[in-house]
Design a protein around this ligand. Structure first.
Ligand code: MN
Length: 489
């Protein structure tokens, strides 16, 4: 089968020509090279390009993916690529090459940080570089069985620690799921098997209930006159279950979304109509309605989630979203290109707040330890939503405290903070905020004295860097005062 026939997209003749020229060049450059599996090397760039094309069928990016290993592994240089394919493709290939070959996390934290730094510099230049790198990693994970055992484990760990979280932050659900489950199995085989068994036994006998609820839902929506496209079921992924079980002390009873039913509609209004109809007939579990349409997740995810009891008191999660929201949940950031009518494909157009935050963190945090801390907390942690008394929404990492909230609202609020109320009650300053909390900061008239232990309560890099600066200024202030006094003598 022809390479282009495997891509579900109609390219222009010019685009087809570009892709086929890139394929030909890569084929010639890698001629004679073999993969660990014994296959011709070219199967890898082709595999990666097909993975990429599924979420981003864009000719330039596909061509760059086909060429991504050429400068590193063959006699053809980046200058050759530039001559043959122009500035944009050579820039993308260069970016991927600079991200480097597999970096090993367990060598030293500094290497890990350096690797992440590179990743973010590349991200801020053009997000397509990261997309190519992720497609490259997915193809490598699919053929990892041919790699030496001890190397397999390191690659899998790195995939879990760096690549899957990045796919998640970019909102690419499809890639995140595949990277997580394939890497989890190799990095932690025992835990993988245990979790998989738990999942399978919990699902036993549920299939019939799922089928029945699917029918019931259709009937409910029909009775209430709510239009929808389709209803499907999805089973929780093994790694996702593992993470949740860790959070809930291994208690399966507290996991409500082992099986979720998805209702896909054509319009947002129909999503809310469906929610109303479902709650009218099936008892919802209190506190479990999440409206990610009104409050999208930071990675752009939109959907309504609710948890309901069926007639037999089984608990199910129901996810309601439009076709477009579903597409975005699978393809994340890449789907924005498809919906962007201007047809521009500049990575700079992606105005994600967290990308900006990270660039700032990257510039400000010269100390690798602090940078790593910022990444782990600001970037890889799950996010919570809290409210100001006026109803504005702030998104913060899990584990954030009123101190983080105050500095997120305004630097001044942080330095004038006397205490905090959450949902109307006074809380300790180290109180862990939860999604949906309404937070009110009690302000003093004058700035309060900042002490070293504020750093114990501040989790976000924004709050921490402001506190540190203030502490340094104060020390500088005392130092200057002493100097002045000394000069007077
Ligand atoms: Mn590669």
């Amino acid at each position: 089968m022809d390479f282009l026939d495997k891509i579900q997209h109609k390219f222009t003749a010019k685009e087809e020509d570009l892709i086929l020229r890139a394929l030909g060049s890569a084929q010639r450059a890698h001629a004679g090279q073999k993969r660990f599996s014994g296959a011709d090397y070219i199967v890898h760039p082709i595999g990666a390009a097909l993975i990429l094309a599924e979420i981003l069928p864009e000719a330039t990016c596909i061509a760059a993916t086909l060429l991504h290993d050429v400068p590193e592994d063959t006699k053809t240089t980046l200058a050759d690529i530039k001559k043959l394919f122009g500035e944009e493709i050579s820039r993308l290939v260069d970016g991927v090459t600079k991200l480097g070959k597999v970096r090993l996390r367990n060598s030293k934290d500094e290497y890990y940080v350096e690797n992440l730094r590179k990743m973010f510099v590349a991200t801020s230049k053009d997000i397509r570089i990261i997309l190519i790198k992720l497609a490259d990693r997915i193809d490598n994970m699919r053929t990892i069985e041919f790699v030496k055992k001890e190397k397999q484990k390191r690659i899998a760990e790195e995939t879990l620690e760096i690549y899957a979280p990045i796919a998640s932050r970019l909102g690419i659900g499809e890639w995140k799921d595949e990277l997580e489950d394939s890497a989890f199995k190799i990095a932690y085989p025992k835990e993988y098997e245990e979790t998989k068994k738990m999942l399978e036994s919990a699902l036993e006998g549920k299939q019939i209930a799922v089928k029945k609820l699917q029918k019931d839902l259709a009937a409910i929506l029909h009775t209430e006159g709510v239009k929808y496209e389709n209803i499907s079921g999805r089973v929780k992924r093994v790694y996702s279950l593992f993470k949740k079980l860790k959070k809930y002390d291994g208690d399966m009873e507290r996991i409500y979304d082992l099986v979720a039913l998805r209702v896909i509609t054509k319009s947002t209004a129909e999503c809310y109509a469906a929610l109303g109809a479902i709650h009218k007939h099936l008892q919802p579990l209190p506190g479990r309605v999440k409206d990610f349409i009104a409050l999208p997740k930071p990675n752009g995810y939109r959907s309504i989630h609710t948890t309901v009891f069926d007639a037999d008191k089984n608990v199910f999660e129901i996810q309601i979203r439009t076709e477009q929201m579903h597409d975005q949940a699978e393809k994340g950031i890449a789907s924005h290109w498809l919906y962007d009518e201007s047809g521009k494909t500049s990575g700079a157009a992606m105005n994600l707040q967290w990308v900006k935050d990270l660039q700032n963190a990257h510039e400000q945090l010269k100390n690798p330890e602090e940078f790593l801390r910022a990444l782990k907390i600001d970037f890889f942690k799950d996010r919570i939503f809290v409210f100001t008394p006026k109803g504005d929404v702030k998104d913060l990492p899990e584990g954030a405290t009123p101190v983080d909230f105050a500095f997120d609202v305004h630097t001044d609020l942080g330095f004038y903070m006397l205490g905090a109320k959450v949902n109307g009650k006074m809380v300790k300053i180290d109180y862990e905020l939860k999604s949906g909390d309404m937070v009110e900061i009690i302000k003093s008239k004058k700035p309060v004295a900042v002490s070293q232990d504020w750093l114990n309560y501040a989790k976000t890099s924004g709050a921490r860097s402001r506190i540190k600066r203030r502490l340094a200024e104060r020390q500088g202030g005392i130092f200057n005062l002493l100097k002045k006094l000394a000069n007077k003598k």
